[in-house]
Design a binder for this molecule. Structure first.
Ligand SMILES: [Zn+2]
Length: 156
C-alpha cells in the first residue's frame, strides 16, 4: 500500500489501483484543481482545444450577456484586481523588452544605413543595416569628430 501526497491539499492519500500515478486525492476541491491543471496544460499544447474553448466561452457569453456586467456590479473589487493584474503583466512584458534591448547590442556608436538591396518605395518601411562604428570596443567611442560628421545618414 503506497500513500502519496496530494498535489492539491498536501494530504496523504491512497491512489486508486487503476491510476498508479494519481497526483490528486478524491476530494472535490482537489479534483477541480486537477481538472483546471489538465485544461491549462491542454490549452498550452493543443491549439485546436484552445480555439474550441474560446468559441464555447464566447457562445456562452452571448447567451448570457448580463452575466459579467452583473458580476462586476456585485464585486467591485473584481475589476480593481483585474486592473492590478493587467498592470503586473504589462510590467513583466516591458521588462522582457528591455532585456531584449540590452542583450543583443551593447551600447556604443552605430551607423545606420539604408540597405541597398531594399530600395525605398513610398510608404515602405526602411530596411537598415546597423554597423558598430568601433568593432573591438563599442563602448570607447573613440571615433573622430570628422568621421561623425562625414557619416551621411547622421546629417540632418
Ligand atoms: Zn487533495
Amino acid at each position: 500500500m503506497t500513500n502519496k501526497i496530494c498535489t492539491g491539499c498536501g494530504q496523504p492519500f491512497e491512489p486508486r489501483p487503476q491510476v498508479p500515478d494519481q497526483a490528486y486525492c478524491s476530494e472535490p476541491d482537489c479534483q477541480r484543481a486537477r481538472k483546471r491543471q489538465w485544461q491549462r496544460a491542454k490549452r498550452q499544447s493543443d491549439p485546436d482545444y484552445r480555439i474550441n474553448q474560446r468559441a464555447a466561452q464566447q457562445a456562452w457569453t452571448q447567451r448570457h450577456p448580463d452575466y459579467w456586467r452583473d458580476y462586476r456590479a456585485a464585486k467591485p473589487e473584481y475589476e480593481q484586481r483585474n486592473r492590478e493584474q493587467q498592470r503586473v503583466r504589462d510590467q513583466a512584458r516591458n521588462a522582457d523588452l528591455a532585456k531584449m534591448d540590452v542583450c543583443d547590442l551593447p551600447s556604443g556608436l552605430y551607423r545606420i544605413t539604408r540597405h541597398p538591396a531594399f530600395p525605398m518605395e513610398n510608404g515602405d518601411p526602411w530596411v537598415v543595416e546597423i554597423t558598430p562604428v568601433t568593432v573591438t570596443c563599442p563602448r570607447k567611442m573613440d571615433v573622430s569628430r570628422e568621421d561623425f560628421i562625414d557619416t551621411p545618414t547622421i546629417r540632418p
